[in-house]
Design a protein around this ligand. Structure first.
Ligand SMILES: C[S@@+](CC[C@H](N)C(=O)[O-])C[C@H]1O[C@@H](n2cnc3c(N)ncnc32)[C@H](O)[C@@H]1O
Length: 282
């Protein structure tokens, strides 16, 4: 397994906490499908700053414990603070590990493995490798669950076809290097190829509508728009978008603009996530 990126060097805990708040309506739906209730021990692989640990602890019940792994020490530090704040330190063990290597656990150790928004193709060009490791450390009859937000299929400008088409073109260009094997829409296939049975795939949607809460507004404005607004013009034109079209798109989301879409009383965005659940054969 290899990647040019060293995830331990990255610290985006503030963005992750806002992202977790933004995604809350989808997490509620996703968690309701998890077969984790009453389990003794699970693994949160790529736990980040730990935003989902309180919900996972609540879901499994008072007896359950969670091992939470991440490569980033900064994220683990934030997760530690969160666990202290939520009085979960006796139930959660945090550990630094690289998911691109063999996991430091015996075969069949956990009842379940949960991995949310981690197996991005840029970090994991061959997701079958970590997924096989997740299956190895899960007990027979236990479950491996892969969750992915699908920003590329989500809608930032529903009802505004011109902006939506431009944004879609930008996202399509951005995702052009994905292959069948590492495309996150195929997360259920990763589980099947790694030997799981009874694989199910679920889709979840949510809408954030005007008036947006300050967290949602911050996520859309500073993180989503902040991400694409930084794109150099040569990459924008390579995506088939002219400079004028791009400026119109940026103007529509500029916070100081009187026409900023996020301030419109009828604005809404629609987000999508996918989740696949597989069972390790007994
Ligand atoms: C987008 S965050 C998701 C965090 C968390 N699962 C959540 O949903 O809130 C991705 C996390 O994966 C971690 N990560 C990325 N590559 C990794 C690797 N090779 N080994 C361990 N963790 C990794 C990052 O440090 C980051 O915390």
């Amino acid at each position: 397994m290899s990647s040019s990126v060293d995830p331990s060097a990255e610290d985006y805990r503030r963005e992750m906490c806002t992202y977790n708040q933004f995604m809350e309506p989808i997490y509620r739906q996703a968690l309701a499908h998890l077969p984790f209730q009453g389990s003794v021990g699970g693994l949160d692989a790529g736990c980040g700053p730990g935003g989902l640990l309180p919900s996972l602890c609540h879901l499994i019940g008072d007896e359950g414990e969670i091992m939470a792994l991440d490569a980033s020490l900064a994220h683990l530090e934030a997760a530690q603070q969160l666990c202290e704040h939520k009085e979960l330190t006796s139930r959660v063990t945090l550990k630094q590990a690289d998911l691109r290597t063999t996991l430091p656990f015996a075969d069949d150790r956990f009842d379940w493995v949960w991995v949310a928004d981690v197996l991005h193709p840029g970090y994991f060009p061959t997701p079958d490798d970590p997924v096989s490791e997740f299956v190895r450390v899960t007990r027979p009859g236990g479950h491996v669950v892969i969750f992915f937000e699908k920003m590329y299929e989500s809608k930032l400008f529903p009802g505004q076809p011109h902006l939506d088409t431009l944004y879609r073109r930008y996202l399509d260009y951005h995702g052009r290097k994905l292959t069948f094997d590492n495309q996150p829409n195929n997360l259920h296939i990763w589980l099947k190829r790694s030997g799981c049975e009874a694989v199910q795939i679920h889709a979840f949607t949510m809408i954030h509508a005007s008036p947006l809460t300050s967290e949602v507004r911050y996520y859309l404005q500073d993180i989503v728009v902040g991400w694409f607004a930084k794109t150099p013009m040569d990459k924008v034109t390579a995506a088939g978008i002219s400079e004028d079209e791009w400026n119109a798109l940026l103007q529509a989301v500029a916070p100081e603009s009187p026409d900023c879409v996020f301030d419109h009383p009828d604005y809404y965005c629609m987000w999508i996530a996918l989740m696949a659940i597989g069972r390790k054969p007994t």
